[in-house]
Design a protein around this ligand. Structure first.
Ligand code: NI
Length: 160
């Protein structure tokens, strides 16, 4: 179990993530956003839209866990979703706005959880062996945003 201080640091990461992402991508050119500089990897635009899709799914799952008894959790096919038509046709500002609002609500929710809430779980694919706790969601998504920021930096560095 995480200590209160570890939780506080992760929640701060969740809260500040949208601003960190925006600072990184706001001045990129259309070419930088949509060129697949690294073979087999997403473009920066796909990464930004993926973050909005992924974190939207995550907060929905967390709210199911907080309000239902061991709810059924469903994943999604992230590569297929990253290839849907809106990803190519929508400016990243749309997803930056989603992330800004979503992360404010997410951080506010995390800050107000009881000890019982942190331990609540849902079951991936209804399988008790694949239980995921609210505590784990905080750890995963505090990491996930930073991991994709690193991926964006690597992608842009390959533009030479
Ligand atoms: Ni991801």
């Amino acid at each position: 179990m995480a200590t209160p201080e570890e939780r506080r640091i992760h929640i701060e990461t969740i809260r500040t993530f949208p601003a960190e992402l925006e600072a990184l991508v706001k001045d990129l050119t259309p070419e930088q956003l949509t060129t697949p500089y690294l073979d087999g990897e997403w473009t920066v635009q796909q990464i930004v839209h993926h973050l909005a899709d992924s974190h939207t799914n995550a907060i929905v799952r967390m709210k199911l866990i907080l309000t239902e008894d061991t709810p059924y959790l469903k994943g999604y096919l992230q590569d297929e979703v990253a290839d849907l038509a809106d990803v190519e046709s929508t400016p990243i500002e749309a997803s930056l706005m989603i992330l800004r609002g979503l992360h404010e609500r997410w951080a506010n929710l995390f800050e107000r959880l009881s000890e019982e809430d942190w331990a609540r779980v849902g079951w991936y694919d209804g399988d008790p062996k694949r239980a995921q706790s609210v505590e784990r969601i905080l750890e995963i998504y505090a990491w996930h945003g930073g991991n994709h920021i690193d991926q964006i930096k690597k992608t842009l560095a390959a533009d030479d």
